[in-house]
Design a protein around this ligand. Structure first.
Ligand SMILES: [Fe+2]
Ligand SMILES: [Fe+2]
Length: 270
């Protein structure tokens, strides 16, 4: 089921399939007849639509955030992130089937994938209300890099995807909500969509932290040290404050996990 979502290119079709499979998964769990978790061969990169064109981040044109075009560009970037997130959550399910995990692990990522699918559609609806659509503008290439880098490291995947990238979403979303609030009537739809995203993303970060701690505990490892090592290994760059300490705390991410990663500790040559 996960591989089927990953192999579907069109965004609306991908998210429809994602919703359908999530409903099937939870119906089976509730009926006491859970779907067995097997192993799968997910594609290294998920199928994506022909548009948007994917550009190096430095080549993506910058637009004034206060203008209507700027707001559309911002929503377009969010839609791209949400579609990527749908694939990331199904990928963690398909990719690591060989690692024995409790059923709750799959529940959490199926629920997250289901929510990301909703987020993508909400943001696409806003874009369409504003006379645009997903695919109308170029988007960042390289969003899948974190998945490829951690293709054989479940702890690394948890560290970098939910606990770094999705946690970053908690830091920046309030600022985006403020931008659309300033736009009045034209921004109202986006404000609602972003508030839904903001509330649900806390859960995704929390799932990441929960299963990261579970795996460390199972192997008797110190989670904080392991987190620092893995982020330095797989995440390219330093973490950027300011952090949303309140929401990060709600999601089970303590300050001593992320603050040390704002500093470069690599030895400097003389
Ligand atoms: Fe999301
Ligand atoms: Fe998320």
């Amino acid at each position: 089921m996960a591989v089927e979502v990953l192999s579907t290119a069109d965004g609306r079709k991908k998210t429809a399939l994602s919703h359908a499979h999530a409903a099937t998964w939870f119906a089976a769990r509730q009926a006491g007849t859970p779907i067995p978790v097997g192993t799968a061969s997910p594609p290294l990169r998920p199928a994506r639509p022909a548009k948007p064109d994917l550009l190096d981040p430095r080549e993506v044109p910058k637009r004034k955030p206060g203008s209507p075009e700027g707001r559309i560009a911002l929503l377009h970037a969010v839609a791209h992130i949400e579609l990527n997130a749908v694939d990331l959550h199904w990928d963690i399910i398909a990719r690591f089937g060989h690692v024995p995990m409790p059923p709750g692990f799959y529940d959490d990522w199926v629920k997250s994938a289901d929510e990301e699918s909703k987020h993508f559609n909400l943001v696409c609806d806003c874009l369409e209300d504003l006379g645009s659509h997903y695919g109308a503008l170029p988007a960042h290439a390289g969003m899948w890099r974190a998945a490829e880098d951690t293709v054989d490291d479940l702890l690394g995947r948890l560290a970098v995807v939910p606990m770094v990238l999705e946690a970053r979403g908690l830091d920046v979303t309030p600022g985006m909500i403020a931008i659309f609030e300033k736009a009045g009537k034209d921004g109202a739809g986006a404000v609602d969509a972003l508030k839904t995203i903001y509330a649900e993303e806390v859960g995704h970060v929390a799932y990441g932290s929960k299963w990261f701690h579970f795996l460390c505990g199972r192997d008797n490892l110190d989670p904080k040290d392991v987190f620092h090592d893995l982020v330095r290994k797989y995440f390219h760059g330093l973490l950027k404050p300011p952090f949303n300490e309140e929401k990060r705390a709600e999601a089970g991410l303590p300050p001593d996990f992320y603050w040390p990663l704002t500093e470069d500790i690599a030895p400097r040559g003389n």
